[in-house]
Design a binder for this molecule. Structure first.
Ligand code: THU
Length: 160
């Protein structure tokens, strides 16, 4: 029997220690929670992506009475960014969530489906995407989506 041990490196930053551009991206994600449509969960998630050209695109979760028809903030934002700017890679994404009158104290971490979509974006442009997961008590940061999705399924599997 063999064992494979996988490790994930996550940096945890106090907001003040993030770079100016990262602070701006996080701020845009926080602002974007205001436009969330979350009448069913009351969990308002905002995301903001930084494109290669320096532009920031923000979005939020959009729920639906038919629950599975709704979409998370990360996917809404990434799909919109790629639809509007198909040639622009995403350098970084920030995510924040508002619940019960406050931003979450723990870092908001993307769901499995969103991780898969973020990974596809990273693979499509062959360039790592930094992920900033905001929490009032600290910002979790990974340099690449791969850190969030070990043993991932990607296009290379289809070719092998
Ligand atoms: N949600 C997101 O938008 N992003 C996440 O990373 C986790 C969950 C949304 C989906 C749903 O609208 C609400 O939060 C509660 O799950």
């Amino acid at each position: 029997m063999q064992e494979i041990n996988l490790t994930t490196k996550i940096a945890v930053y106090p907001l003040e220690e993030c770079s100016e551009v990262e602070k701006k991206l996080i701020d845009r994600a926080k602002q974007a929670t205001l436009g969330s449509y979350a009448p069913y969960s009351n969990f308002r998630v905002g995301a903001a992506v930084l494109l290669e050209n320096g532009e920031i695109i923000a979005g939020n979760n959009q729920e639906n009475a038919a629950y599975p028809s709704g979409l998370c903030a990360e996917r809404t934002t990434v799909f919109f960014a790629h639809a509007a700017y198909p040639d622009q890679k995403i350098i970084a994404i920030a995510v924040a969530a508002w619940s019960n009158g406050t931003f979450t104290s723990n870092a908001i971490t993307p769901c499995g489906g969103c991780r898969q979509v973020l990974l596809e974006s990273e693979n499509r442009f062959q360039s790592p995407m930094r992920v900033l997961m905001y929490g009032e008590e600290g910002v979790y940061v990974v340099d690449s989506v791969k850190q969030l999705l070990p043993l991932s399924f990607g296009d290379e599997m289809l070719k092998s």
